[in-house]
Design a protein around this ligand. Sequence first.
Ligand code: PMP
Length: 443
Amino acid sequence: LREMNARHLWHPMGHPGEAQTNTPKIIKGAEGVRITDIDGHNPVDAVGGLWCVNLGYSNDAIKQAIADQLWQLPYYSAFAGSTNPAAIEASYAVQDFFAQDGMTRVFFTSGGSDSVDTALRMARQYHRLRGEPTRTKFLSLKKGYHGTHWGGASVNGNNRFRIGYEPMLPGCFHLPSPYTYRNPFDETDPAKLAEKIATAMVDEIEFQDPSTIAAFIMEPIQGAGGVIVPDASFMKHMRAICDRYGILMISDEVITGFGRTGDWSGARHWGVQPDLMTIAKGITSGYFPVGGVLVGDKVAEVFESAGPEGSIWTGYTYSAHPVGAAAVVACLSETLRLDTRTNAAARGTQLYEGVLKLARKHDIIGDVRGGHGLMTGIEIVSDKAHKTPMDAASMKRIHQATYEAGAMVRLGAHNILMSPPLTISEDEVNVILTALDAGFAAA
Ligand code: PMP
């Protein structure tokens, strides 16, 4: 396997030559919240696959629903002229799940990047249908992650996805991230930073001309960018500015949806209703690739009253895939039955407080972020006073030592990121904390 991997398998976000010198962990099985590799390690998966396996690896109801659907109808297109019962049931289940967020319609995709691209297209079309075709630009946040299709990569706040692939979508502007540890304002107070970014947003909108801006996209808590938790006022400021200027707000809930923040959506966690939501990952707990764009009545009615002009000219062969749809119905029903948001809030606090304790012991911990459900980020520095980012070799050593001590964590540039299954137990969180302690000691 290792030899074939090195010769034939290119890994996303890794360089092809790396597989020849580096030995990736080859995961062959999983049970509960633990994964098993071919070398016999059996760590707690503090990454939840890739921020997605919210219900753990042993949910029989989802597995059975997928198996049953495979025998009933393995595939049929859900383009304009046809659909399938599972897709219709899934649409009901999804909008019902997000009803409190004001969502009433769903457009299914195959994943998060598809969902972001679709949402951006819908935003432009919405304004065109309303007679404002000049509204084509997008605002987003630095450190945001919105997938790797052209639209998502254009609004991404991590320039690694842009540099080397330009030109991107024109008319995308990136505001500062609500990242208190480092920001252009040198502002460490989260509420004051929120106000300063709001001022910068108004300034940019005025500079661009409000009548040229289609939408603002943000993650309620930035995930891949390092688990950046904004002040509770932040998203409300953004919502108010979008309303003032007629800009659509897209909440990218690919990670934060389905309970991860301790509530069913990240926007709800901050007391905000967006106009569109992009979802994926937790929609099937990773058991099948599905994503979606949700819209509320305000957006839906513009499309639905426009006749053929309101047709959505994007879509995927696997949009509303019946097997994926069956996985969605089972996953949402299990998510509600297990009330995973409640456990996510309690275990998230335990994990966050445990890491804060580790930060008092290990000087290499520069910043700890989390405290809102099961999303935790740890920024590692080689010099705490100067906030010098830790070098890559030491980061790899932390990662490997933590793994060998019993927990798989996600390795960012100089961050350790965690998003374990929302079903994790108190003891299993303690396993992660003990393993991290060993990992930091090793560095
Ligand atoms: N948006 C956000 C907020 C994400 O975290 C991700 C994936 N990590 C995406 C979009 C892209 O999703 P996918 O990888 O399923 O295309």
